[in-house]
Ligand binder design. Sequence first.
Ligand code: SF4
Length: 171
Amino acid sequence: MVAAAEQAWRAGAVPIASAEGFIRQVLGWREYVRGIYWSGETRMACMADAIAQTLTHGYAHHIQRLMVTGLYALLLGVHPKGVHQWYLAVYVERMSAGSLCARCPYRPAERIGENACPFTTLYWDFLLRHEQALAANPRTVMQVRNLARVNEDERARIRARAADVRTGQIA
Ligand code: SF4
């Protein structure tokens, strides 16, 4: 958009004040939105890596977008339009595999407790919040069946920890 506006000015199609004003708005809005949402300040190694890379380079590969930031936003219950706008604002457009969990203070196999991975806690909280709807769908009923092994006390602890994640007490 910026390049097109500059080109329009160079071609004499618009006055410089209009082109400059438009370009300032586009660049300024991108910087504003970029700074207003996620800062990347989190102890979660996968999220910190994906967000920091995004804010530095304006790029994240599809696994980071789909399975890290996108999945986390879904489980957290973030407004979809807000995430959509953030994606539009921060990405310009490398694949790397390898586990970040090994150098993360959280443990992906734990859903409750001091070291429980926020992804895992939110995943189980998501199952609890949507148990009925997920049980009615043959594609997701298997996941819901795993809830049978989670007693009431543990359910309450999952919900409490998920609430702490949502309020930013765990990040
Ligand atoms: S343990 Fe959880 S938060 Fe940490 S890197 Fe792995 S998935 Fe991400």
